[in-house]
Design a protein around this ligand. Structure first.
Ligand SMILES: Nc1ncnc2c1ncn2[C@@H]1O[C@H](COP(=O)(O)OP(=O)(O)OP(=O)(O)O)[C@@H](O)[C@H]1O
Length: 389
């Protein structure tokens, strides 16, 4: 008798449960990691334990007990603990260090994911549930321009991620899945009529290196060759199925099949957070009418990296705060305001010309509007401190 659908042991030959391809297995088969995989997991654990300069959440929460409890497990799509931890093992400077190869990983490997999620997202406990979506409709006028004189903020950006229902995450996707997903979302882009959203899709396949590099340098497009994603097995078949949609003004953009299936982005020069959020709400609502997305009752919108679960919202400004950013306690001030500091070219980059990317850190256990408000209130406070310094 045939019971479930799951692929052979190696993730490299997975045929996933997309809308069409499934692999049928016999009732008696129990998905178990093979000896080689278990050995790699144990070696990874030993490497992390021996790395004194590694401070990732993965290292902190991957205890011997967790390894022993989870090392033989395998999801129905064939993902093991190795797929979860391999990026953090290869990149000892990771902040988080783990990814979910498919949605089931969040439950099967719960003893590892839950404490990481709890620590990253302001104590979101195993029995807590993500609140209903509240993007902030009708409330954007509360978010008046943070910097009307243009003294501090270069630009404001709010992004959220979405996963197409019926597809796993990057490591389990086939080349056919990538093409299929890109085809579906392109059709949706073609229907966008609102002047604020209407635009064109640019596949990475066929884009000139010059155009690609310019879009990256201008902060519109994702980077290529991210070592954290590569080690997570998230860049297979690159650039197939990857691309960017944007309106003429490049104020509404959608990334296709980079870290997540979709990243919806609204951005513009200056500090008018309300306008940026208003446009994002319009984009999300228009697209979600046409595409079903994966949402978990407890974890909210599902994403590849546990740091993005829940609302998936990162609201950021590129800001110059020359006086307070020079102080030794600048990071502590931002931590206390629950804000995250990044460099000017995104995560893992450095500041340039005194410009920092400052955003809300947690995305789970609060609503979308609350995430944006966290950034808004925090930045307002930082600007006041800068003016007084
Ligand atoms: N407020 C902003 N104004 C202009 N560009 C921004 C702003 N915030 C982020 N960016 C740019 O967006 C690009 C992507 O940044 P980054 O990868 O850090 O974040 P992300 O898209 O939120 O995804 P992730 O957190 O998964 O890395 C970078 O080029 C970054 O400089």
């Amino acid at each position: 008798m045939l019971r479930a659908s799951y692929p052979p042991s190696s993730l490299h030959c997975i045929r996933c449960i997309g809308e069409s391809a499934t692999v049928e297995v016999a009732e008696s088969d129990t998905p178990m990691a093979d000896a080689e995989t278990i050995k790699k997991i144990e070696d990874g654990y030993a490497k992390l334990q021996g790395a004194n300069d590694c401070h990732s959440l993965l290292k902190k929460h991957l205890s011997k007990q967790v390894v022993d409890d989870l090392k033989a497990k395998k999801t129905k799509l064939g993902a093991t603990l190795l797929d979860v931890i391999q990026s953090g093992v290869a990149n000892l400077d990771s902040g988080v260090g783990l990814y979910a190869p498919d949605a089931e990983s969040y439950t099967l490997f719960k003893p590892l994911f839950d404490p990481v999620i709890q620590e990253y997202h302001n104590g979101f406990g195993p029995n807590q549930k993500q609140p209903q979506t509240d993007l902030g409709e009708g409330k954007t006028s509360q978010l008046v321009d943070l910097d009307p004189e243009g003294k501090f903020i270069n630009s404001t950006r709010i992004r959220c991620g979405r996963s197409l229902a019926g597809y796993p995450f990057n490591p389990c996707l086939t080349e056919a899945n990538y093409k299929d997903m890109e085809g579906k979302i392109r059709k949706v882009f073609d229907t966008l009529e609102d002047p604020d959203l209407k635009g064109k899709y640019y596949p990475l396949l066929g884009m000139s290196k010059e155009d690609q590099n310019q879009l990256i340098a201008d902060h519109f497009l994702f980077k290529e060759g991210d070592r954290f994603l590569q080690a997570a097995n998230a860049c297979r078949y690159w650039p197939v199925g990857r691309g960017i949609f944007h309106n003429n003004a490049k104020t509404f953009l959608v990334w296709v099949n980079e870290e997540d299936h979709l990243r919806l982005i609204s951005m513009q020069p200056g500090g008018n957070v309300g306008q940026v959020l208003e446009r994002l709400i319009k984009g999300v609502k228009t697209i979600e009418k046409q595409v079903p997305f994966s949402r978990d009752d407890r974890l909210g919108w599902l994403t590849f990296c546990p740091s993005n679960l829940g609302t998936t919202v990162r609201a950021s400004v590129h800001i110059r705060l020359p006086k307070i950013s020079a102080k030794p306690d600048f990071k502590k001030i931002c931590d206390d305001l629950k804000l995250q500091i990044r460099g000017i070219h995104g995560e893992h980059s450095d500041s340039e010309g005194g410009v920092y990317d400052i955003s809300n850190k947690a995305r789970l256990g609060c609503t979308e509007f609350e995430c944006v408000k966290q950034m808004y209130d925090g930045i307002k406070h930082l600007i006041e401190l800068e003016k007084k310094a």
